[in-house]
Design a protein around this ligand. Structure first.
Ligand code: KG4
Ligand code: ZN
Length: 350
């Protein structure tokens, strides 16, 4: 069974084909990231316009890369939320139209849940993918860490899951993006902070790990403010010094050390929480997913800390893609009505 996945929830327009819920046949991603960089974050209107331009060629390329025609496609899966309203709408309306015109079943998918399913892709003929792990087993613990989400989930089966902890304020990816801004590094913050951190002294300063009321919850707003205060103090200024002037005032050594300490503490916090949840629930597998799971620091610390080997998707399947959407759809098989499937920007938040 071949499922064509379509993803457009944020700044990536993506289409991919997955065979039998685990074989990657094609994976095409067009990102409008470069257009957002000068604004330091995703601009919803620019993202939506870019999806409109990219979505048809991206779907066509996914068929070509898989060496398939519409005849070979058994179902169409699309991200219905959560995400940016205008962006989601482009994917959902395209998928609805294609489902009608090509006469294929349509499956609506939750983007956050889908990140977890990237770890179920265990085979491909495509070049440049490192997919060498076995599939995870249920019950499994999932740490989902991205620009918009930081949560721990327990999956008893592919469609029986619950959120056991989530961020009470910022997502970890957001904290990386904000720290990058303070240090004058390009968006997205994760990779640029991580790169600068390599040369720094990760124990030069102290940063806080927030206590939360519920043991499995996260909070990243405190560490973000602590980085701001640390930077202001380091240049001998008080807390009224504007954050946008910090990048020019800090020395290279100060920036490098702040990046290294933040990178270590932000990841340690994720690892502490994941290890604690592992001890509470004793899952058979641990799966890490979402953009931040591309982080080598997180991969190393978590592998060292856990008694079992965690599952990390290929980095190209960690950030937003449509292969995970098609895989999640294979497991849910929840058929939607192509005349009425709605985009839901806050799906799963209530
Ligand atoms: O999952 P994703 O592509 O989009 C959302 O659904 O949010 O995640 C994007 C986030 C960004 O905040 C980016 O800074 C972060 O993932 N990220 C990383 C790395 N690569 C991407 N964070 C830390 N280390 C990385 N190597
Ligand atoms: Zn995502």
């Amino acid at each position: 069974m071949n499922i064509l996945g379509i993803e457009s929830s944020c700044d990536e327009t993506a289409a991919a084909i997955i065979e039998d819920g685990h074989i990657l046949k094609s994976n095409i991603v067009a990102s409008s990231m470069d257009l957002h960089r000068e604004f330091g974050g995703v601009v919803p209107e620019i993202a939506a316009r870019s999806h409109i331009e990219e979505i048809n060629p991206v779907i066509k390329n996914a068929l070509t890369q898989a060496n398939m025609t519409w005849e070979d496609i058994d179902a169409i899966a699309v991200t219905m939320g959560p995400g940016l309203g205008g962006s989601l709408l482009v994917g959902v309306l395209t998928a609805r139209t294609l489902a009608r015109v090509k006469n294929k079943p349509l499956i609506g998918v939750n983007h956050v849940i889908a990140h977890m399913f990237a770890s179920f892709i265990d085979e491909t003929n495509l070049e440049n993918y490192k997919i060498n792990h076995a599939q995870p087993h249920f019950p499994l613990l999932a740490l989902i860490v991205s620009g918009g989400h930081t949560q721990l989930m327990l999956f008893n089966s592919p469609d029986k899951y619950k959120i056991i902890g989530r961020t009470t304020d910022d997502a970890v990816g957001e904290a990386y993006d904000k720290v990058a801004k303070i240090l004058g590094l390009p968006y997205p913050g994760g990779p640029s902070v991580e790169k600068l951190a390599e040369a720094g002294d990760a124990y030069k300063y102290k940063l806080p790990k927030a206590k939360t009321e519920k043991i499995n919850d996260f909070s990243y707003s405190g560490i973000k403010t602590a980085v701001l205060r640390l930077a202001q103090t380091e240049i001998g200024q008080d807390f009224s010094f504007p954050s946008y002037k910090l990048a020019n005032a800090l020395s290279e050594a100060q920036k490098t050390n702040i990046a290294a300490v933040f990178n270590r503490v932000a990841v340690e916090y994720l690892v502490d929480k994941t290890l604690s949840a592992y001890n509470q629930f004793a899952p058979k597998s641990v799966v890490v997913a979402g953009g931040v799971s591309a982080s080598p620091q997180l991969r190393k610390q978590l592998t060292d800390a856990l008694p079992i080997e965690p599952h990390f998707p290929d980095p190209k399947l960690c950030t937003d893609n449509a292969a995970m959407i098609a895989t999640a759809a294979f497991y849910s098989q929840r058929i939607a009505d192509p005349l009425s499937l709605e985009a839901d920007p806050s799906l799963g938040r209530n």
